[in-house]
Design a protein around this ligand. Sequence first.
Ligand SMILES: *Cc1c(COP(=O)(O)O)cnc(C)c1O
Length: 408
Amino acid sequence: MHSMKPKEILLLGPGPSPVEPKVMEAIAWPVLGHLDPDFLAIMSETTELLRGVFETGNNVTLPLSGTGSSGMETAFVNFVEPGDKVLVGVNGVFGARMADMASRCRAEVVEVKAPWGKPLDPGDVEKALDANPGVKFVAFVQAETSTGVLTPVEPLVEMAHRRGALVIADTVSSLGGVPVAVDRRGLDIVFSGSQKCLSCPPGLAPFTANERALEVLRGRKTKVPSWYFDLSMITQYWGKERFYHHTAPVSMIYAIYMALRLVKEEGLEARFGRHRLNSDALAAGLRACGLRLLVEDAYRLPSLTAVCVPEGVSDLDVRGRLRREHGIEIGGGLGELKGRIWRVGLMGYGSRRENVERLLAALCGILNDLGFRCSADEALAAAARVYAGPAARGAAPSGGGRDGGCVK
Ligand SMILES: *Cc1c(COP(=O)(O)O)cnc(C)c1O
């Protein structure tokens, strides 16, 4: 029989990210019944490890059966009731997706927008909260993967809580790569995805909610409009009762169990440091090539770097050649940034020096071919200075005020 087995591609896009070999081994473990005692032990261990990476003591902490968007859906359908006021920060595709989900729950949605490539402005959020008394939920994306922006969440949480609102946070491309710190930051309802900085295949959505959020759930006047994502039933399977709700995706749970063990083994601080270092090296290399970055350094997301496509160069040509000639995938822009940026993900197992160097060399080669002059040697040297440490880094070029937009 003809095999359709694809060849391996180095995944340096917005996700999925490269999967650790040990995780792929775990996927091949024997499939057990979803109530088998050996499988239940792995489930218990998985929730404990998930609490570790979320940095939370929340009882309700589990991986939902579905991709990151299923975590988003769970957050909205369980907690938001018709007529609730929900403020949603929108500075990219995923904020817009949250606003859409809130409106499907028939919430009164207040959108607070920021330009794509910029973080949410706490001043704008405060103004909107003042203008709309009684907001019940404040939802935002910590790491906007569509633009590579990391929004500082502390001021938003403080404003929400001061008014008695709960926070819904999208941490899909931050969990495991950037501090999320659920308890320390007081995030009430939080979801993520398995295939970004956790380096597991797509298919699960880590989720956690605190006691204040669960009180809102228990006080609902109407039934949760989704059967599959009804948390009160799902938690009876993940909790002590072990009531069957739906068949657990057993092999995927093996995978995330192993991925989380590897996160724990590395240590969160080391992992955050690694993501930051490789991202800084990549940024230095790209700038040394004469490329501009979309996001200024203060808000640049360590797991995803958005690079402006230079004048006269075709986005699709470059991405096509990277894949065909070098076996590397990077992402293109979405929405208003389509054709204007490349999105380079250095997530989880993908965040490694050899990948930074492989991409810089390949990209410079292609750009030169297309008539955009840049030196791979200089790019690699700039990255090497970042790896050599802060002393050597003094000479590394920062954006020099050139970053922060990809105007053509
Ligand atoms: C990837 C992503 C999602 C959606 O996750 P899927 O796994 O594609 O459903 C949501 N939010 C952010 C910030 C993401 O990066």
